[in-house]
Design a protein around this ligand. Structure first.
Ligand SMILES: NC(=O)c1ccc[n+]([C@@H]2O[C@H](COP(=O)([O-])OP(=O)(O)OC[C@H]3O[C@@H](n4cnc5c(N)ncnc54)[C@H](OP(=O)(O)O)[C@@H]3O)[C@@H](O)[C@H]2O)c1
Length: 303
């Protein structure tokens, strides 16, 4: 299959593209800069120059492909406080890809974050059958799934907050950076709230399986570890950086964690049993704590 991948210069695509190529697919990756183009070419993929805002270009790229995996998301805007802008661009991009794929029967694998579903009010263990009517990124998930009504084999992969490999840990990287600067590996309350986690290679395998064979309308959970307590994550960071792990007072949470504050306080356990059964997906990579313990780049901070 010729697969068009957005976010092709990002962390998760760095495993998805090799996974696709090793399975015999060809990849064209979206690049908005020369740097991104070089990264994509370095992974053995071809380049489609454009930005998420270039919706005509996205439709054309999708039309030319045999399938699409959408991974791009403007995390810089999110980190700068413009989550709404990033979410709006994401929805517009998905709609544009849908224009290119409608009526084709081709596969389209979109992306959502399990954390957004918890922040939108869902509590308990998140399962694949949980569908919310709307919210940031949930609207995008629902827009992807709705394309199944237009003869697109549309599916969404929901990702936990900590997709990790090669020294990159999703939102846990943010917590490591904060611990380095503040000298404390913090958590909120008793730190009993949980985040899921998965090794990036396991995530990549699920994207490939979804592309190849997920039924139209499937919501899939790329979650290997159902929920690791935030206190345990903070203690692992603290051990590696040589700083104390400690609770952060609620009134100091925003100052400590910035835009991550709602995520640090959420409880987001996730089951992936339905996904494992449907696609015979068996995650086998290291767990988050093991990855943190083994990372040679994590060393005690000076002082
Ligand atoms: N990593 C995790 O733990 C995690 C957890 C939950 C959900 N997710 C979701 O998984 C997806 C992939 O995440 P990731 O970790 O691979 O992200 P990442 O490393 O931050 O990469 C983001 C990608 O999106 C591209 N991008 C951003 N804004 C763009 C724009 N305006 N036009 C074109 N491309 C643009 C970036 O291109 P440049 O290289 O040009 O910046 C990059 O290729 C995202 O939807 C993310 O929210 C990730």
């Amino acid at each position: 299959m010729r697969v068009f991948v957005t976010g092709a210069s990002g962390h998760i695509a760095s495993a998805v593209i090799p996974e696709l190529i090793s399975a015999g697919h060809c990849v064209t990756g979206l690049a908005r800069s020369d740097t991104a183009a070089a990264t994509i070419q370095g992974l053995g993929a071809d380049v489609w120059r454009g930005d998420l805002a270039d919706t005509d270009g996205l439709s054309a790229a999708a039309r030319e492909a045999d399938g699409v995996i959408h991974l791009a998301f403007d995390h810089a805007a999110q980190g700068a406080g413009d989550l709404a802008g990033a979410v709006t661009a994401d929805l517009a991009a998905v709609q544009a890809i849908g224009v290119g794929l409608a009526g084709s029967g081709k596969p389209f694998v979109g992306t959502n974050a399990t954390g957004g579903i918890a922040l939108a009010g869902f509590s308990g263990v998140l399962t694949e059958d949980v569908v919310l009517s709307g919210g940031p990124r949930i609207d995008t998930e629902n827009a992807v799934i709705a394309l199944a009504q237009q003869d697109v084999r549309a599916a969404v992969v929901r990702l936990p907050p900590a997709v990790h490999s090669n020294g990159r840990y999703g939102f846990v990287s943010g917590l490591i950076g904060i611990a380095r600067v503040s000298g404390t590996a913090g958590y909120l309350g008793d730190g009993a709230n949980r985040w899921g986690s998965t090794d990036t290679c396991d995530v990549a395998r699920l994207y490939r399986l979804a592309l190849e064979s997920a039924p139209a309308g499937a919501r899939l959970h790329a979650v290997a570890e159902e929920g690791i307590r935030m206190r345990e994550i903070a203690e692992a960071i603290g051990r590696r950086l040589g700083v104390p792990a400690a609770p952060v007072a609620a009134e100091e949470a925003t100052q400590q964690f910035g835009f991550l504050t709602p995520f640090v306080s959420m409880d987001n356990p996730v089951s992936s049993q339905t996904t494992r059964d449907a696609l015979q997906w068996i995650p086998s990579g290291p767990g988050l704590i093991e990855a943190l313990e083994r990372d040679p780049a994590l060393a005690p901070i000076a002082g």
